[in-house]
Structures are given as structure tokens and as C-alpha cells.
Design a protein around this ligand. Structure first.
Ligand code: HEM
Length: 235
């Protein structure tokens, strides 16, 4: 396959979706791991230190550029594929086989992806802009905090508390984002492996089982973060 066909042929496009999808899945593993430090119940010290480490090393900053590029490619290719599929099958399926033909979430990847995109816009506004750009017009300004080394770092934990505590609507929107992510991953995880060429049935069964576990555990852990803060399980 030529390089240009990666972006023009339908197999190439699926491959880009699969590769960027797997890259984003690996990001989710790191993200959920770092964020889980909020449950150390130490006033956010472990979480703030881990988040500071992730934001301060040059390697991670370079990976961050790759991450945004990965999201961008995945979203653009996803929209193109969705648009082409709709055009090919002419607005709606002629005969609706319901879940006998395919699962509803595999037919709704475009919709679920769009919900995740809306979630991400809100999410980047809440956390990434204040931590990297200093916030928008003074809103969400991050307070510094210092631990034994005396060096001041961003208090992202306090930012999380201010976003989620006493803010039921935001917590509900985050939970909806996490549910969309769970369904998107339920199809996307195993589909990514198929798209990059895994055809062996035995391995596909294993990948499917891991995918189901991942799609439940990771979004559930994410959803429990705003819920824990809203219910003051962590303060
Ligand atoms: C629902 C619970 C979640 C919480 C509490 C949370 C919290 C955070 C925080 C505090 C940051 C800023 C990190 C920093 O600047 O060092 C961040 C960044 C980010 N989050 Fe989340 N997150 C959650 C879920 C998600 C999900 C489900 C996704 C993806 C689908 C996601 C994608 C991102 C991205 C792309 C960034 C910017 C990455 C970067 O800083 O390099 N987050 N999140």
C-alpha cells in the first residue's frame, strides 16, 4: 500500500482509525492511572505531583502534541468514514435487522464519537487550558501549591474539586461522556485490532474479552472521579 492510500483507500482509512484508536487507548490507561491518585485521600498531594510530572517532562510534552494530532486524525477520518458509509447505504438501512445484523453501538460509532468530542471540548476547557495556558480570561485560574521540595506546582486537585463539588449538572455531563466512551470502546477496542490486520479467530476472542473488560472498567473509574468529589468521598 502506498502512503497516499493510507488516507484515500477505505482499508487505509480503517487502518488510520485503528492505529490512532490504539494510541488513544494507551493514553486512557495513563490518564486513568494518574487520576486514580485522587483516591489516595492525601488532599491531592500524590495526584498533583503525578500530574505535574506528566506535564513537565519534555518527552511527555512531545507526546502531548502527538496526542492532539492523534485525536485530530481519528476525529476527521471518523467523520469522513461515517459520511461515506451513510452515502453508500442511502440515508437509512432499507431493512432494519436490529441487533441481529450488528450491535446498535457498532452502528452508532459516529454519534458516540460526536458525544465524546463535545465532552472533550468541555473537558479541555476545565482542565487543560488552565494548566497549560493559564485559563480563559481569568476563569479557572489555578492556585499554586508546594510540598516538601518547596517548589510551587499547579493545584490541579483543587481545580477538580472546584469543577465537581456542588455542581451536579457538570457531574451528570461527565458521566454521560464516560457512558458514551464505554459504548464507543465496546466496539472500537476489538475493531481497532481487526483494522490493523488481526484475523485469527482465537486471538480475536481474547481481544474481544479484554476489550469488554477495558470498556467497562476504565470509563467506570473515570465516572467515579466526579461522583466521588461531588459526594465528598474525597475532599
Ligand atoms: C471523567 C473523569 C476525568 C477527569 C476527572 C479528568 C481530569 C483531567 C485533568 C485534571 C487533566 C489535566 C491534566 C494536566 O494538565 O496535567 C486532563 C487532561 C486531559 N484529559 Fe481528562 N479527565 C477525565 C476523563 C477523560 C476522558 C474520558 C478523556 C478522553 C476521552 C480525557 C481526555 C483528556 C485530554 C485529551 C486531556 C489533555 C491531555 C494533556 O494534558 O496532555 N479525560 N483530564
Amino acid at each position: 500500500m502506498k502512503w497516499s492510500e493510507l488516507f484515500t483507500s477505505s482499508i487505509g482509512k480503517k487502518m488510520v482509525m485503528g492505529l490512532t484508536g490504539l494510541f488513544l487507548i494507551s493514553f486512557l490507561v495513563v490518564h486513568v492511572g494518574v487520576n486514580s491518585c485522587i483516591w489516595a485521600n492525601d488532599n491531592g498531594e500524590m495526584f498533583n505531583k503525578a500530574a505535574h510530572f506528566m506535564g513537565s517532562t519534555i518527552v511527555v510534552r512531545i507526546l502531548e502534541v502527538g496526542l492532539f494530532a492523534g485525536f485530530f486524525l481519528h476525529i476527521i477520518q471518523g467523520f469522513i468514514l461515517e459520511f461515506q458509509n451513510r452515502k453508500k447505504r442511502g440515508i437509512a438501512y432499507k431493512v432494519n435487522y436490529g441487533n441481529r445484523g450488528s450491535k446498535w453501538y457498532s452502528r452508532s460509532m459516529g454519534l458516540l464519537g460526536t458525544l465524546i468530542l463535545l465532552f472533550l471540548i468541555m473537558h479541555i476547557y476545565h482542565f487543560w487550558t488552565p494548566s497549560r495556558l493559564g485559563g480563559i480570561a481569568g476563569i479557572h485560574e489555578l492556585q499554586p501549591v508546594s510540598y516538601e521540595s518547596g517548589k510551587e506546582i499547579h493545584n490541579l486537585y483543587a481545580e477538580m474539586l472546584s469543577v465537581f463539588q456542588d455542581n451536579l449538572l457538570i457531574v451528570i455531563l461527565y458521566v454521560i461522556g464516560c457512558i458514551s466512551l464505554a459504548w464507543h470502546l465496546m466496539h472500537g477496542f476489538q475493531s481497532a485490532f481487526r483494522s490493523i490486520g488481526l484475523y485469527n479467530n482465537r486471538y480475536l476472542k481474547i481481544v474481544y474479552a479484554i476489550g469488554v473488560g477495558f470498556s467497562i472498567i476504565v470509563p467506570l473509574a473515570f465516572a467515579m472521579m466526579p461522583i466521588s468529589m461531588y459526594l465528598h468521598w474525597v475532599d
